[in-house]
Design a protein around this ligand. Structure first.
Ligand code: IMP
Ligand code: MG
Length: 173
């Protein structure tokens, strides 16, 4: 069994401070028509990031689920794209964490296929040591070690999303 760490890996205050700077970096990189969050994990980071942006983009969410394991090539199933008009749009794709990179790799490809003009990517957390797909995020809040983390939108079996900082899951005695 697992329990949540007593002290956060990244505190609420650290996230708040970093998002102000990250939003400035996003603003400095150009204009965006649409901020597109990946459900469910990105719902908090999108809400906090967009309120720090000077530009005033539209906001939408899609759902991405990956299937497969190491013995088969995993595929990413995306829901919600069909309702969006992406033609010629400058998109900022936002997720809670970049792990193997398979989700973002597949999403960026699909958004471009659907006519997006530009696709930039933003994550609160990055686990570079886990990367399998050839992708890096344009904007990263915090780069972390290979630890499973929860809170601030991130879950373990749908639990812990509402914690206001990032915590690690540790084996309980
Ligand atoms: P990727 O395709 O491997 O990059 O997967 C990214 C997705 O995996 C994220 O959107 C999260 O839903 C999930 N994920 C990866 N690492 C963690 C973690 O440490 N905690 C919770 N969810 C995670
Ligand atoms: Mg996710």
């Amino acid at each position: 069994m697992y329990k949540v760490s007593e002290t956060p890996l990244v505190s609420k205050e650290e996230i708040e401070k970093r998002l102000i700077v990250l939003a400035k970096e996003v603003d400095a990189s150009g204009e965006y028509d649409l901020v597109l969050g990946v459900l469910t994990g990105a719902f908090i980071v999108v809400a906090d990031l967009v309120r720090n942006l000077s530009c005033n983009p539209n906001i939408s969410f899609i759902k991405a689920s990956s299937y497969g394991n190491s013995t088969e090539s995993s595929s990413v199933v995306v829901q919600g794209l069909e309702k969006l008009c992406l033609e010629n749009k400058r998109i900022l794709l936002v997720d809670d964490i970049l792990d193997t990179g398979k989700t973002f790799f597949a999403l960026v490809e699909q958004l471009k296929k659907l006519g997006a003009k530009t696709v930039k990517t933003c994550v609160l957390l990055d686990k570079p040591s886990r990367r399998e797909a050839d992708i890096e995020a344009d904007f990263v809040g915090f780069s972390i070690e290979n630890k499973f983390v929860v809170g601030y939108g991130l879950d373990y079996a749908e639990n812990y999303r509402s914690l206001n900082g990032i915590f690690t899951l540790e084996p309980s005695e």
